[in-house]
Design a protein. Structure first.
Length: 649
C-alpha cells in the first residue's frame, strides 16, 4: 500500500514540475522587451590623432604643414614635428614653427621678419554629429624660443599666429564615418541571421553622446538603443531524465565546434600577423605568445571535458575572443595607429569593432551576441596587409613570420625525409586503437632514399629485448645536446645549465618514458597522448604549437621533437619563469624546475598558479610525479629510470 502511494506521489510531483516548467516558459515568452542604452566607445589614441592630423594637414615632405605661402614666399609659415598629448581636459599640440613675414614691393620681399621656435596650442574637442567628424577649436597658444624659453616676438608674428595658424589648426578634424559605417556592416555578423534586421535597427539609433579627453586617449562615446529580452530562466530539472545523464555531443556537433574554434584560432594568428615588421619590445612578444598559448591550451583542456561543458552550454570562442582582445588591444593600438598609413582608418575600424563587441557582451545572454566565422573573416580583412578577405584556413605549416613575431628564431632544421605514413608500406590490419595513431609500416619494405630516413626512425625505437642500457646512454646524450643548443639563446651560468639538463631528462621520463615510438598490435607508431593531441618524446602538443614546429618532424624525428621541447622549455625559463619569480625562488633549482614543468604542461599562466598551490601544499598529481622523477635524476639514481620501458608502459 505504502509503495503504491509513493509511486502515486512521485507521479504527482513530476506532473507538478512539468506544469511549473510550462508556467515559467510561458511567463518568459510573454515578458515584454526592454530598451537599454549601450555606450560604444570610439577610442582615438593620441598617436592615432597625430597620425590622422599628419595625414590630412602635414602633407609636405618631412611631415610639414605649409600654413601660409604668399607673394612667392615673402610671407611663409611652416609647422613640423607635431606632438599630441592631453592637458587638463583639452588636447595640446606642440610643433616646430618657422615664420617669415615681409612686404612685397615691385616683386621684391623687403626686410622680411624671420623667426623660428616652438608653438604650443590648446584645443577643445567636440563632435559634429551631422557630419560625424571629430573637431578641435584652438583656445590658447604660446610661443617658445628654440631653447624652450617663452619667446618675445613682434606684433606681426603674433598676429600671423593668431589668425593664420589658429585658423589652420581649427580645420583639423577626423572623419568618424568610416568606423561608424563599418560597425553597421560588422556588428550584424556577430548575431544570428534572424536577429540581424533587429541589430540594423539598433545601429540606426547610433549617435555621439559625449567626448572625453582622458590621459590615455580621447574617447568619443556613442549611444545606441538596444532592445533586450529577459534572459531565459535556468532549465528546470526534468522529471523524466536523471540529471547525471547528460546527452553526449554528437560527432557532427563536435566537428562543427572544432571548426568554429579553428576559425577563431586562425583569426587570432591573423591579428598577430598585422604586427609583422613592427618594432616589438621583448615583453610584447612574450604577451603575444602567452595569449596564443593560453587560448590554444584552453581549447585542448575544454576538449578533455564532458561534451555538455564544451558546447553549446558555454561559448569558449566568445570567452577567448574577449579575453585575448583585452590582452592584445594595447599592443595593437601602440603599433598599428601611430603611422599615417593608408590602412590607418581600417585599423581604427578594426579596433572600434572589437571595443564595441566587448561593450555589447556586458549585456549578457539577453543580447544574443555570438562570434561567427563570417564576422571573424571580415575583421581579419581590416588588418590584413594584403587587402583581401582571409579565409581563416587552419593548417599546420610552419610560419617563419609567426615564429619571429612570437619571439622565436628561424625554424628548426628539418632532418632528412619527413615521413608521411601514407608513403610507407602499411602494417597488418589495424587494431582497435588504430584511430589513435598513424598508419605504420613494415620495416623491411624501405629502400633507396627512404632507407636512410627509416634508419633515422629505427635508431630511436627502444629494443624489445636487451640493449636498454645502451639505448638510454645514447638517448641521454641526444637530450643533452638538444638542451645545449636551446641554452645558446641565453646567457646561463654552469649551475643553470646543469639544472636545465636534469629538468629535460625528468620531463622526458615523465612525459613519454623515454620513447618517441611504441608498438600497437605489432605496428610501429609514434607516441601519442591519451587525448590524441601531443606527440613524441617530449609530447609536443600539435594544436598548441601549430605554425611553430613541423608536424611530421615532431611525429617521426625524435631528435627534432627533443629540440622542439628543449626550445619550448628554454623560452619558458627565460621569458616567464625568471621574469616572474622572486630572487629566492628562481635561485632555488628545485622550485624553479617544478615551476618550469608546470608551465610546460599548462602554459605561462602556470607560474602564478603553481606558486599558489605550492604555498597551500595542494600540488597536482602531475606535479608530484614529476618531482619524484626530478629528485632521482638530480641524485643520479637512474638505475631504474628505464623500468617503464621494460614494462612496456
Amino acid at each position: 500500500m505504502s509503495s503504491h502511494l509513493s509511486r502515486y506521489g512521485l507521479h504527482l510531483m513530476r506532473m507538478a514540475l512539468v506544469a511549473c516548467a510550462l508556467a515559467i516558459g510561458l511567463a518568459w515568452t510573454s515578458a515584454p522587451a526592454r530598451a537599454e542604452e549601450v555606450r560604444l566607445p570610439i577610442t582615438l589614441d593620441y598617436p592615432f590623432i597625430r597620425a590622422a592630423f599628419i595625414r590630412n594637414a602635414f602633407t609636405a615632405p618631412g611631415e610639414r604643414a605649409v600654413v601660409a605661402n604668399q607673394d612667392q614666399g615673402c610671407t611663409l609659415i611652416e609647422l613640423w614635428g607635431l606632438e599630441v598629448s592631453p592637458d587638463r581636459g583639452r588636447i595640446k599640440l606642440r610643433t616646430r614653427i618657422k615664420v617669415k613675414a615681409g612686404l612685397t614691393v615691385f616683386g621684391k620681399c623687403l626686410d622680411p621678419v624671420k623667426w623660428e621656435g616652438f608653438l604650443e596650442a590648446w584645443q577643445q574637442v567636440g563632435v559634429d554629429a551631422a557630419a560625424m567628424r571629430f573637431r578641435v577649436t584652438t583656445v590658447e597658444s604660446k610661443l617658445y624660443s628654440s631653447d624652450g624659453q617663452p619667446a618675445t616676438v613682434g606684433n606681426l608674428v603674433l598676429k600671423l599666429v593668431k589668425t593664420k595658424v589658429h585658423a589652420y589648426l581649427d580645420q583639423l578634424s577626423i572623419n568618424l564615418q568610416p568606423p561608424v559605417k563599418d560597425l553597421g556592416v560588422q556588428l550584424p555578423l556577430f548575431f544570428r541571421e534572424d536577429q540581424r534586421r533587429k541589430v540594423e535597427g539598433w545601429l540606426a539609433s547610433l549617435k555621439p553622446e559625449e567626448v572625453k579627453v582622458l590621459p590615455q586617449a580621447v574617447k568619443v562615446v556613442m549611444s545606441m538603443q538596444v532592445e533586450l529580452f529577459p534572459a531565459p530562466p535556468p532549465k528546470p530539472p526534468s522529471p523524466f531524465v536523471p540529471q547525471e545523464e547528460e546527452q553526449p555531443l554528437s560527432p557532427q556537433d563536435l566537428a562543427a565546434f572544432t571548426q568554429y574554434w579553428e576559425a577563431w584560432d586562425s583569426y587570432l594568428v591573423a591579428q598577430i600577423m598585422a604586427l609583422a615588421g613592427k618594432d616589438l619590445a621583448p615583453g610584447e612578444r612574450d604577451e603575444l605568445l602567452a595569449a596564443v598559448l593560453e587560448a590554444r591550451i584552453g581549447f585542448v583542456q575544454a576538449m578533455a571535458q564532458p561534451a555538455w561543458q564544451i558546447y553549446p552550454g558555454r561559448d569558449l570562442v566568445r570567452e577567448q575572443f574577449l579575453m585575448t582582445w583585452r590582452r592584445l588591444a594595447p599592443i595593437l593600438r601602440k603599433h598599428l595607429l601611430p603611422q599615417p598609413s593608408a590602412s590607418l582608418f581600417n585599423y581604427l575600424a578594426f579596433i572600434t569593432a572589437n571595443d564595441a563587441l566587448e561593450a555589447l557582451d556586458k549585456l549578457g545572454p539577453a543580447l544574443g551576441l555570438e562570434i561567427s566565422r563570417q564576422g571573424l573573416m571580415r575583421l581579419a580583412r581590416l588588418v590584413n596587409q594584403a587587402g583581401f578577405y582571409p579565409e581563416l584556413d587552419y593548417n599546420f605549416d610552419v610560419d617563419p613570420k609567426l615564429r619571429e613575431l612570437l619571439g622565436f628564431g628561424p625554424p628548426l632544421a628539418v632532418r632528412g625525409t619527413r615521413y608521411d605514413p601514407r608513403d610507407l608500406a602499411p602494417a597488418a590490419k589495424p587494431g582497435p586503437l588504430s584511430w589513435l595513431v598513424a598508419t605504420a609500416w613494415a620495416a623491411d619494405t624501405a629502400s633507396g632514399d627512404k632507407a636512410g630516413s627509416l634508419a633515422q626512425v629505427m635508431e630511436w625505437v627502444p629494443p624489445a629485448k636487451g640493449g636498454l642500457d645502451a639505448y638510454m646512454v645514447k638517448l641521454r646524450a641526444m637530450l643533452a645536446e638538444a638542451a645545449r643548443q636551446a641554452l645558446e639563446q641565453g646567457n646561463y651560468d654552469k649551475q643553470r645549465r646543469e639544472m636545465f639538463g636534469k629538468l629535460i631528462q625528468a620531463t622526458v621520463w615523465q612525459e613519454s618514458c623515454w620513447r618517441q615510438f611504441t608498438r600497437v598490435g605489432g605496428a610501429l607508431v609514434y607516441l601519442r597522448s591519451y587525448n590524441n593531441t601531443s606527440v613524441g618524446i617530449m609530447q609536443i602538443n600539435e594544436r598548441v604549437w601549430r605554425g611553430i614546429y613541423d608536424l611530421q618532424s615532431l611525429r617521426w624525428d625524435a631528435v627534432y621533437n627533443a629540440r622542439a621541447g628543449c626550445e619550448i622549455m628554454e623560452n619558458y625559463l627565460r621569458r616567464y619563469a625568471l621574469k616572474n619569480l622572486k630572487s629566492d625562488q628562481k635561485n632555488n633549482d628545485d622550485f624553479l624546475s617544478q615551476v618550469l614543468y608546470a608551465i610546460y604542461n599548462g602554459g605561462p599562466g602556470q607560474v602564478e598558479a603553481f606558486k599558489k598551490r605550492h604555498a597551500r601544499g595542494r600540488l597536482w598529481l602531475s606535479d608530484k610525479l614529476f618531482w619524484e622523477k626530478y629528485k632521482q635524476v638530480k641524485q643520479g639514481k637512474l638505475n631504474r629510470a628505464g623500468a617503464c620501458l621494460e614494462a612496456g608502459g
